[in-house]
Design a protein around this ligand. Sequence first.
Ligand SMILES: Nc1nc2c(c(=O)[nH]1)N[C@H]1C(S)=C(S)[C@@H](COP(=O)(O)O)O[C@H]1N2
Ligand SMILES: [Mo]
Length: 198
Amino acid sequence: MIKEVKSPDTERESRVPPNQNLVEEIPVLQKGDIPNIQKDDWKLKISGSVEEKEELTYEEFKELPRVKVHADIHCVTGWTKLNVEWEGVSTEVLNNIVKIKPKAEHVMIHSIDDYTTNLRLEDFFAEDVLLADTLNNEELKPQHGYPVRLVLPRLYLWKSAKWISEVEFMPKDRPGFWEKRGYHNRGDPWKEERYSGE
Ligand SMILES: Nc1nc2c(c(=O)[nH]1)N[C@H]1C(S)=C(S)[C@@H](COP(=O)(O)O)O[C@H]1N2
Ligand SMILES: [Mo]
């Protein structure tokens, strides 16, 4: 049986965060070109503050326990899409693959297009966070992160890195691509954490 999770924000009475507008289709946004990744060339490194680094192939990733997450998504540019179904591997499963050192408090996600995004461990390991390979019951399309993207439904979508290649556990926080460019370090849409200093 595949585990099913409802992102807690989908149970709110009012599901649209302040100053967001509903869309029907999920827009496609990234900093550059959409990379063309062959699944046999893809690997996921798990590095940084871990006892032993690991590297998963696509085949190994596909054998991990799976989860389905029902969620809404919110982009800092102002759109919200309700009722999205993601499927893949819960971030919690990484704890069965590596032993994370107690000093680790943050994580940096690295992507093939040199995109990065930083997260607190408690956000990264929330129950509705997953490494997704499926969107609305179809294999992820290249423009949405094929073969695997991170999904954090409770933070603005820039935190949900597409085309991920490495999960780096860190004792000290560092800003990622957008966080270096003035976006908020955390990005909670309900608090409108759009830009730093707000
Ligand atoms: N690797 C990578 N992931 C990324 C980005 C990017 O430029 N590169 N852009 C982010 C931003 S700003 C947004 S809004 C979402 C868009 O995801 P979508 O195209 O699936 O809607 O991807 C996020 N993940
Ligand atoms: Mo974005």
